[in-house]
Write a protein that binds this ligand. Structure first.
Ligand SMILES: [Zn+2]
Length: 213
């Protein structure tokens, strides 16, 4: 979302010139802008944009500021009508289809989005096609091809499946009257947490410059 529609803005927009250098051109002409929003399905959020007035560098982020109890939302997709059920997926949500062994984890670059059940199937299909193209063995390629066929059967309403969203911030939902919502235990939340990207200190060391010991 580059510029939020005016009807979603719920508070004053704040702009501030920063004294830190631009990560691209190094000049100190960065402007930070934050816009409080009230989003459909996700509630309160803060859109932040960093813009360099010299080189045009831009970095935008959308933070969902509403937090609810960690929860699991599941929907048994046993009728083609249910492919149209709306899905709000926050950046901290894990999406699973256990019957297919399919799983979409939150990651550092994931974003909140609103789609429907069919849209999620397309996402998984694209991922399976990518895996097929990159497969290093005949077997891995066959597995990925089989996943594509099964996802197509789901999309065409010929295969039943269960869609499960698990979200530590409770911000994800399947908007259907038969969706089942239940709280997650602390153990389940721990298993959901995506591993943080870390840099091991030893990776930064270059040969010859380190003291022994
Ligand atoms: Zn710049």
């Amino acid at each position: 979302m580059e510029n939020a529609p005016p009807d979603l803005v719920r508070g004053p927009i704040q702009e501030e010139r920063l004294s830190s250098p631009c990560p691209v051109c190094g000049r100190a002409n960065l402007v930070s802008r934050s816009v409080p929003l009230d989003l459909p399905y996700f509630g309160e959020a803060l859109q932040t944009t960093l813009r360099c007035e010299d080189c045009g560098y831009r970095h935008a982020d959308l933070l969902l500021t509403r937090t609810r109890e960690p929860r699991r939302v599941s929907l048994r997709v046993d009728h083609p009508d249910r492919l149209n059920a709306r899905v709000a997926r926050s950046a901290s949500c894990t999406v699973r289809i256990p019957e297919l062994g399919a799983r979409m984890d939150p990651g550092p670059r994931s974003e909140a989005f609103v789609t429907n059940v069919e849209g999620l199937l397309h996402w998984f299909r694209d991922a399976a096609l990518g895996a097929k193209a990159l497969a290093s063995s005949k077997r891995a390629r066959a597995d990925a091809a089989r996943a594509v066929v099964r996802l197509d059967e789901c999309t065409e309403g010929r295969r039943l499946f269960t869609l499960i969203l698990e979200d530590s911030t409770g911000n994800s939902d399947v908007l259907h009257e038969d969706a089942v919502r239940e709280g997650l235990t602390p153990e389940e939340v721990t298993h959901l947490r995506a591993p943080e990207p870390t840099i091991e200190l030893r990776d930064l060391r270059t040969g010859g410059t380190q003291p022994e010991g």
